[in-house]
Ligand binder design. Structure first.
Ligand SMILES: *Cc1c(COP(=O)(O)O)cnc(C)c1O
Length: 407
């Protein structure tokens, strides 16, 4: 067999992205036993680190093993009982995913929709809550499919007034855009590593408020020692998943260390390094690094006369949508960038398929040189495909942003 051999891609799409080198190193760390005090010590440390990442005091802050949607599924399937109403404001592909998962969990799902490229005003969400009276509001913060960032800061207070559990999937936005679990009144948040946190996919950090925990614990009546086979729900509707049963996962991460799954140790080491990377550099510094890289990429795109997609006042820092010019074949451009320049950019889904490219600047790749390489390469590929565009101005415009001289 030939050895593993991958081209040195620069991943400038909407995720996954290249990992921070320290995260790659952590992945090759030798294992210890599941209940070795060294391992459980690291589990506790990871809980403490992610409380800082999420800006929360929530005791129940832990990892669900699996990609980001494992976190989504755990949060929803653990709290939704058949017939519970769930409200999902949909402004892109991932809103549809939340709705689909809630529906499979047995919820009566209500969605409200807005045009792709826009977000909701708090009044629109409040009006829907008043009408529907859901048990859960499930909303994506940053939806990479449209590059929009839904403001969350006014929704917690609304949810509190109507006694609604407030959940957000912040996978694509955390670490690159402000996120305040406690200040914004969230009851549950789930994320993944492969966007701004700069890790591989495969671990889903979640944080849960006391109110959320109380809600899922109610579904559990644990008799010591006979959990898997016999535990009954107090309310009669048992959580419909063993793997994603958050009370069981909490008991595994808690003092009792009740056996559930075998923690995915290598992913835990990755998740730890992602958090340490963020906190060592400092949240403010990392957010500002993402903001500058995103602004520079946007300036470069505009300087080469391409049109960005969507409402720029609600754009995520870490990804920009670019309307594909009529005179070029979007997929051919992407494929040349990939095969000739080793640079990956993204396409999009649904109504935006074939209409926009998505260019990310996240995690390790929210970096000056990565922005310049991408802009210059894209310009070259577009020029060689016959498009006439102002030459050399993209990188100059991005450099001006980095120099703090943006017009
Ligand atoms: C990228 C992304 C995910 C990814 O889910 P995976 O299961 O890790 O593929 C989930 N939610 C949002 C909002 C995302 O942008």
């Amino acid at each position: 067999m030939k050895p593993l051999s991958l081209p040195p891609r620069l991943l400038m799409g909407p995720g996954p992205i290249n990992c921070y080198p320290r995260v790659l190193q952590a992945m090759s760390t030798q294992l210890v036993g599941q209940y070795d005090p060294v391992m459980t010590g690291y589990m506790n440390e990871v809980m403490a680190l992610y409380r800082q990442v999420f800006n929360t005091n929530n005791k129940q802050t832990l990892l669900v093993d699996g990609t980001s949607r494992a976190g989504i599924e755990a949060v929803l399937v653990s709290c939704i009982e058949p017939g519970d109403k769930v409200l999902v404001p949909v402004f892109g592909r991932f809103g549809h995913l939340l709705a689909e998962i809630a529906e499979r969990a047995g919820a009566e799902v209500h969605t409200i929709e807005t045009a792709w490229g826009e977000v909701f005003a708090p009044e629109q969400i409040e009006a829907a809550i008043r009408e529907i009276r859901p048990k859960v509001l499930a909303v994506v913060q940053g939806d990479t499919s449209t590059t929009m960032l839904q403001p969350l800061e006014h929704l917690g207070e609304i949810c509190q007034r109507y006694d609604v559990l407030f959940y957000s999937d912040a996978t694509a936005s955390i670490g690159g855009n402000p996120f305040e679990t406690d200040k914004w009144g969230l009851d549950a948040v789930s994320v993944g590593l492969q966007k701004c946190l700069g890790g591989p996919s495969g671990s889903a950090p979640v944080t849960l408020s006391e109110k959320y925990v109380e809600c899922v614990r109610k579904r559990h009546h644990v008799e010591a020692g006979i959990r898997d086979a016999h535990h009954q729900s107090a309310s009669g509707s048992r959580i419909r998943s063993n793997y994603f049963d958050l009370p069981m996962i909490m008991d595994y991460w808690g003092e009792e260390r009740l056996n559930h799954h075998t923690e995915a140790a290598s992913m835990l080491f990755c998740a730890r390094e992602c958090a340490v990377n963020l906190l060592d550099e400092g949240q403010e510094a990392v957010l500002s690094r993402h903001k500058t890289a995103g602004d520079a990429m946007l300036a470069g795109i505009q300087a080469m006369s391409l049109q960005p997609f969507g409402d720029l006042s609600n754009k995520m820092t870490n990804v920009v949508g670019v309307n594909i010019p009529d005179e070029v074949d979007g997929e051919a451009i992407r494929s040349t960038l990939l095969n000739t320049f080793n640079i990956e950019i993204g396409t999009s889904f649904g109504p935006l398929k074939g209409k926009i490219w998505r260019i990310g600047t996240m995690g390790y790749n929210a970096r000056e040189d990565a922005v310049y390489h991408t802009l210059q390469s894209l310009e070259t590929v577009l020029r060689r495909s016959g498009m006439s565009l102002p030459l050399g101005e993209a990188v100059d415009a991005a450099m001006a942003v980095y120099a703090g001289r943006a017009e």
